[in-house]
Design a protein around this ligand. Structure first.
Ligand code: HEM
Length: 308
């Protein structure tokens, strides 16, 4: 923990800012507070070993996972489209465990921790409870990359289901195969059957918990399946800036590492007692080198302590 500043842009200060933005609800995650724990299985593809020797990705295993809605409000309506959806999952056995945390937009809203902190600071409501729109505009004009995520989210329609939206791991992960060849990959978690979205009128007619209700029904039909894809890097790709995508990313060569099948709803306690830990990656997938990634595991542990 000592590599982080204790001051303005420390992981602890960012957790405080995330909590404050949501009105500090007790016992809730600082981010992606509303969610549903589930379980299932992972089946590797024949190609997984070309990319990684990680036993989490090359062996079948049970899966613990959680679908979620972004932001720190545990009562946010599922119809709220200005926040991302999240999908976190744990693969492997106790000796070769990997946790992947993904969201349904391919970029983050800050390049650095300092910028992430400032992004939240300008959004703290004044004493009258109102946002200072002028201050937000000035910050956004000086930091245009902090709008990439929200622009993406605003442009895409509401997903019809947690099970019919694509999720991205956002960071660039070094993947090492059995030949000891290492390259950078991005995780893309694609629903089998493709993305399905709602029209404006369809979205308006939905209930506040519709994603959760739909998930329960769909799990009962056995129809919640995702391909776990590795997008392959090319020379010159931006690898440290999470606010930009790789050129031509949607048409990148991708290797299917395996398939996740969600087979049951799990009591939320099974996910709430600990964290999906971004730093937990079995040998064969390394830690991304950007500073945002390094701060995440620390922040998640702080959030866990606060919500216990
Ligand atoms: C690419 C960037 C990021 C992605 C894709 C991401 C995604 C997620 C997801 C999916 C969750 C829900 C975990 C669960 O289901 O239990 C989560 C929780 C959380 N995130 Fe992030 N996150 C990102 C960056 C960050 C950063 C930079 C910070 C702070 C420095 C942060 C702080 C948190 C915290 C505090 C939680 C709650 C942890 C808990 O109480 O269990 N995130 N994030």
């Amino acid at each position: 923990m000592s590599e982080f500043p204790r001051g303005a842009a420390s992981p602890a200060a960012i957790v405080d800012a995330l909590k404050a933005a949501a009105g500090d609800p007790p016992k809730a995650r600082a981010s992606f507070a509303k969610g549903q724990c589930v379980h299932g299985t992972y089946i590797p593809s024949n190609q997984a070993e070309e990319i990684t020797k990680s036993r989490s990705f090359t062996r079948p295993s049970r899966v613990l996972a959680r679908f979620s809605i972004g932001g720190g409000n545990p009562n946010v309506a599922d119809t709220e489209n200005l926040v991302p959806r999240g999908f976190s999952f744990r693969l492997g056995d106790s000796n070769h465990r990997s946790d992947i945390l993904a969201q349904d937009c391919p970029v983050h809203y800050a390049r650095t921790l300092e910028q992430m902190m400032a992004f939240h600071e300008v959004r703290v409501p004044g004493p009258d409870g109102k946002l200072d729109r002028e201050r937000i505009r000035t910050f956004s004009a000086a930091n245009p990359e902090t709008l990439h995520q929200v622009n993406y989210i605003v442009a895409r329609p509401l997903p019809a289901s947690f099970a019919s939206t694509t999720y991205w791991g956002v960071h660039c992960f070094p993947a090492t195969n059995a030949m000891d060849e290492t390259r950078l990959i991005k995780f893309k978690i694609a629903p089998v059957g493709g993305d399905v979205t709602l029209t404006g009128p369809e979205a308006k007619a939905k209930a506040v918990d519709f994603l959760h209700d739909e998930l329960e029904q769909r799990v009962a039909t056995g129809n919640v399946r995702f391909s776990v894809l590795a997008l392959l890097d090319r020379p010159g790709d931006p690898t440290m800036d999470l606010t930009v995508r790789w050129p031509d990313e949607d048409h990148r060569e991708a290797v299917r590492l395996g398939t996740i099948v969600i087979t049951g709803i799990e009591p939320n306690e099974a996910c709430d007692g600990s964290i999906f830990d971004p730093a937990s990656l079995a040998e064969g997938i390394g830690h991304p080198r950007d500073e945002i990634f390094a701060a995440r595991a620390v922040a998640y542990v702080i959030s866990l302590k606060m919500r216990r």
